[in-house]
Design a protein. Structure first.
Length: 107
């Protein structure tokens, strides 16, 4: 929606994408600490963003597909790096607050 309307800031999609990556990595690596999950999430998001600077013909063709468009993105933006950082931080802090709340309730 952030790409189709001016009512939602453009970086909202990148913010939510970073949260999704955090959750997916958390699901796969359930026994890792939150800071490790945050680091892996940031590396993944940053890696995908910096990969957009790579402009080989086969990569451009891949980006024209639905998968390539939504997973690999279209073009590098520094604002995306900022949105990914805030998204991962939001997910990490939310997880810490939730875990702290449930740990206090179980005591």
């Amino acid at each position: 929606m952030s790409r189709k309307t001016n009512l939602i800031p453009l970086s909202t999609g990148d913010f939510l994408y970073a949260i999704m990556i955090y959750v997916l990595i958390r699901i796969v690596l359930i026994n890792k600490k939150g800071d490790q999950i945050a680091f892996l999430s940031l590396i993944t998001c940053y890696g995908i963003e910096f990969l957009q600077l790579y402009q080989a013909d086969w990569m451009i063709e891949l980006r024209k597909t639905l998968f390539g468009k939504y997973v690999l993105g279209q073009g590098f933006l520094w604002t995306d790096i900022l949105a990914y950082t805030f998204g991962v931080l939001f997910a990490f802090i939310s997880e810490e607050i939730i875990l702290h709340y449930f740990n206090q309730k179980s005591v």
